[in-house]
Design a protein around this ligand. Sequence first.
Ligand code: ADP
Ligand code: MG
Length: 371
Amino acid sequence: MAQRPTVSDGGSKKTSRVRVAVRLRPYVSRQDEKGEGPCVRGLDSQNLEIINWRNATETVKYHFDVFHGEQTTQQDVFLSSVKPILPHILNGQNASVFAYGPTGAGKTHTMLGTAEQPGVIPRAVREVFNLVSAKDENEGWDYSIGMSYLEIYNEKVLDLLSPSSQDLPIREDKDKNILIPGLTHTTLSSFSDFDKQFVPATLNRTTASTKLNQRSSRSHAILLIKVVRTQRAITQRQQTGKLYLVDLAGSEDNRRTGNQGIRLKESGAINLSLFTLSKVVDALNSGTAVRVPYRDSKLTRLLQDSLGGSAHSVMITNIAPENKYYFDTFGALNFAAKSKLIVNKPFTRETVAVLPVKRSREEHEAGGCVT
Ligand code: ADP
Ligand code: MG
């Protein structure tokens, strides 16, 4: 049979695209030992440009669904990329929000944030409680909100609400819902109840290992918020909506950093999950009837019912402006971009006072910044 597009005539086979946003974090001079200034900058609300080290007279311009510049607040990111999808989970639909990007580019800041600048997770959970309390009683549904919190580390599924538990299996029921038998699921009575359970579990995650940064940058932290609604009628109809909020492992190329032994094995596993995620996002966004390879990694298998299909998904790709992230930024942009264009114009480094803009290619190579 000839290939048919899956995105067609508005029929039942409609597959949702994954919306892609890019967030550039502010430039930090202590991350830029050579004082070279930023090598990437925003152009407008959908485009950015990065120096092309192959040819210093060129920049590469990328186009996305949304671009969030370094001035963007936590509130802006939440309002534009996350809040609009939340009402769907009260209607029994699924959704997922991921933070993608190299270690140090702002994934945890975006998802978790700080007490002063709360990120997507606390804002989304608060909003889900608000949406439920705003529901009209007369519509005849009772709502219940619950959470699970897990980590995928080295292709193992670990329960962060029950840290002594072992690798958990991922299963699919007859209606194609993905489940994890044995995973702790806690009912939440309020936002402060969520906070009480989530904060210690987050600490669990980061103190579980002595090499805490290594581990947290190599594992995928996955918060699941589930909304179950039950109809107040004889039939007691029930619908479940799931929201996955995911702080992904660092997207940096671990082969370059010379990892060996167990670290290398971990890198391989992480690369498998992220590599598969990129194939899944590509397959969903290409709009053609290619096989979506959900089963090729734990991460994508777990997210199968909440990524693509009738689900609402957003990927926030975090990038950093300093040169030392150059390769990883390029990698992340190439994963995230809808399109790119080489532009014939030099990149002016506005924050640089000392160094000349243009150096020879050899010098760039010596500095490790050449593609
Ligand atoms: P990742 O989780 O991707 O490794 P982090 O979220 O830990 O990165 O961010 C690295 C550092 O940069 C942290 O100190 C964080 O507070 C800071 N940071 C990241 N994004 C921003 C931002 N948008 N505004 C201010 N500081 C940020
Ligand atoms: Mg992090």
